[in-house]
Design a protein around this ligand. Sequence first.
Ligand code: NAP
Length: 245
Amino acid sequence: MTTSSKVALITGASRGIGATIARRLASDGFAVAINYASNAAEADALVAELAQAGVSAIAVKADVSRADHVHAMFATVEDQLGKIDVLVNNAGVLKTAPLAQTSDELYAQNFAINTQGVFNTLREAATRLNDGGRIINLSTTSLALNLPGYAIYNGTKAAVEAFTRVFAKELRGRRITVNAVAPGPVATDLFLNGKTDEQIDTFARMPPLERLGQPEDIAGVVAFLAGKDGAWVNGQVLRANGGVA
Ligand code: NAP
């Protein structure tokens, strides 16, 4: 299967924000590759939903923290959909814990997925993305909030923001933009799991717009950066958070 549509690869797109980004880019005319780590059923269901709507879509299993998986994922997408135009680095994990109580394993897992995962895909994209392409990395507004428990997670995303700014310059001559989107709290498993109703309500009341973000709020910003109107935005971090910071 190859397609004349532009091709978008979205990491961590079996559920949450990534699945909504995949739906939105598909409705904007992209063929989409839906990466996931373990949740084949949800990734396959999303592919079936998009195929029903006439979209070229594939699911690709790969652990982004593994360079060999990422290398193979790019090859699969190129084989089945064509060369990639838009890379969305969305796959991520969040496990909050005070720094003093963070195990070596938790530290390593957070950095392996959130930071090395992005490094792995950016390194592939440097030679394999189509000229004129777009790269959008997911960071977080929690970097601006400095809440207790977020030291390691924020550290992983601070690195992603640093990669974004430098890589935008390293791609000079390719007409590829590299930006980051930094959401505030969004109602997905990643944010909701492990929180009480009261804690969720406190987060929801923080922004002046007085609600949690929805995946659609973030997908719209990603679609802007991936589309025609976002062409002149490069090397930036765009916060989408209802005004919380
Ligand atoms: P989510 O609902 O927990 O979904 C996470 C996705 O990442 C799933 O598709 C999961 O795949 C995938 N994934 C996890 N580890 C992976 C790995 N090693 N390799 C490939 N895929 C992997 O999370 P979300 O809330 O949508 O978050 C998406 C991004 O937004 C993350 O980078 C997160 O840090 C960022 N963000 C979220 C919020 C928020 O409040 N939700 C706020 C700021 C930033 P499986 O289904 O196969 O496990």
